[in-house]
Design a protein around this ligand. Structure first.
Ligand code: GLU
Length: 479
């Protein structure tokens, strides 16, 4: 059977960068193996789940380019049913009955008050002891009118073993396992039960998730055994931590994938950075998306947690923006457009935009920066930085630009070499240094003291706009 992997987010907010890393590893392996990647929405916690959050997660995955073969919006074979756990309640109910019928689970009628009292009593006797459910209801007769939870009847002897693809063999004595709850009083299944049933029924062959779930796996293996099913393989991934080694939170970095999009980072750069949390390939730092798919494998997945380094992240992302083989011009243009729109700029033509991008991509660290660097091209009148104007564009220099514009009027062809030659000649004839004209011209054309190379700017602007902006130079000087 082809490998079937899954990402199973709980939709209680946005796609966390750590969740994106988990999705990525599943997706990479599915794509590397020609397998299938399933997206399952774990929304049994009705209070915390929302459809907005499902949408936000799907959008973020699409933006990253992590596509799914089965799941919301794309569906899947009929036999797998819904990919939303909230729509699979009948499946869980039926399986819970089965576990009760085979004596692997039982209804527990202990009330919260009773359990709290037992916990208090234990604490009074031994303040350090961990309360474990004592199995009171294991042998209790059914109480038809009382509310109940369903608990798993954990074996008291032996151990539960599995071999993790990353962490190796893991043995947990069954004694350590209390009779954990499978179904809440309101009938909703808890995570371990729902995930186990779904992973089995959806034919998942390898479960890949963060190592924060490794403690759940023995319970899930116990459930597989109780159902008489063969467990899938498991791979737990090291954590993405803060620079100080704490759980990564908003205080340390952007944790929502959306924020990376809003800040103008390229999606392939985000993937390239987060894949480092667990996987490496020699000393290579920069990978295209295709290269990740090709090279990914479990041999090089390691167990060490990693610390999020904002600067390193920004450097990796920048490499992606800089290199045309990683971000082709057409993609660059598509991705920078929303940021141009955000600045209130009318949408330029593809030709205009792709002509302008090469001049800024060496410098712009995000699409947002790029939009700011490109801004002057797409405004009728560029915004002028007052500091640049004061320093570089005096009345005399402005008057010279008007003269220069007259000289350039007849220039053919309008290319950088011809422009430079003409400007040089013109300066020499007047005993001027090129920079004495170039600097003011830059302010008149771009409104700034730094920009892409001047003659390239003139080419991208085209003759008409260049000449108009040079002629307008005196009007930029305040009266
Ligand atoms: N819904 C769980 C989570 O978001 C899934 C864990 C798993 O992959 O089994 O943490």
């Amino acid at each position: 059977m082809k490998p079937r992997l899954r990402f199973a987010p709980s939709p209680s907010g946005y796609l966390h960068i750590g969740g994106a890393r988990t999705a990525l590893f599943n997706w990479l392996w599915a794509r590397n193996q020609g397998g299938l990647f399933v997206l399952r929405v774990e929304d049994t916690d009705q209070e915390r789940s929302s459809l907005d959050s499902v949408k936000a997660i799907l959008d973020a995955m699409r933006w990253l380019g992590i596509d799914w073969d089965e799941g919301p919006e794309v569906g899947g074979p009929e036999k797998y049913g819904s990919y939303f756990q909230s729509e699979r309640k009948a499946v869980y109910r039926e399986h819970t009955e089965r576990l009760i019928g085979t004596g692997h689970a039982y209804r527990c009628y202990c009330t919260k008050e009773e359990l709290d009292r037992a916990r208090e009593e234990l604490k009074a006797r031994n303040p350090k002891a961990q309360f474990v459910y004592p199995g009171t209801c294991r042998y209790r007769k059914d109480q038809p009118d009382l509310p109940f939870v369903v608990r798993f009847k954990s074996p008291q002897e032996g151990s539960t073993d599995f071999v993790d693809k990353v962490f190796g063999p893991i043995t947990t004595p069954n004694k350590a396992q209390q009779d954990f709850v499978l179904v809440r009083t309101d009938g909703y299944p808890l995570y371990n039960l729902a995930a186990t049933i779904d992973d089995h029924l959806m034919d998942i062959t390898l479960v890949v998730r963060g190592r924060d779930h490794i403690g759940n796996t023995p319970q899930q293996v116990l459930l597989y055994r109780a159902f008489g099913w063969e467990p899938p393989e498991f791979a737990h991934l090291p954590m993405m931590l803060s620079p100080k080694g704490e759980k990564l939170s908003k205080r340390h970095a952007s944790v929502s994938v959306d924020e990376y999009r809003e800040r103008g980072y390229p999606p392939a750069g985000v993937l390239n950075y987060i894949v480092r949390f667990g996987w490496s390939s020699g000393d290579q730092e920069i990978f295209s998306r295709d290269e990740l798919v090709q090279k990914f494998g479990w041999d090089h997945v390691n167990k060490s947690d990693g610390k999020f380094d904002e600067k390193k992240f920004a450097d990796v992302a920048f490499e992606h923006l800089k290199r045309p083989e990683l971000t082709p011009l057409a993609d660059y243009a598509k991705n920078v457009r929303p940021f141009l729109a955000e600045r209130g700029l009318a949408s330029p033509s593809d030709a205009e935009l792709t002509a302008a991008i090469p001049g800024v991509r060496e410098r712009a660290r995000t699409y947002k920066d790029a939009a700011s660097d490109l801004d002057f091209y797409f405004r009728d009148v560029p915004e002028v930085d007052p500091k640049a104007r004061e320093k570089l564009l005096g009345p005399e220099a402005a008057a010279r630009l008007v003269e220069l514009s007259a000289t350039l009027e007849g220039l053919e062809p309008w290319d950088a070499a011809a422009l430079e030659a003409q400007a040089r000649q013109w300066c020499e004839a007047r005993g001027l240094a090129v920079k004495d004209v170039a600097q003011p011209a830059r302010v008149a054309l771009t409104g700034r003291s730094a920009s892409p190379p001047l003659f390239e700017v003139m080419v991208v602007l085209g003759k008409a706009r260049t000449l108009a902006r040079l002629k307008r130079a005196p009007s930029l000087i305040p009266a």
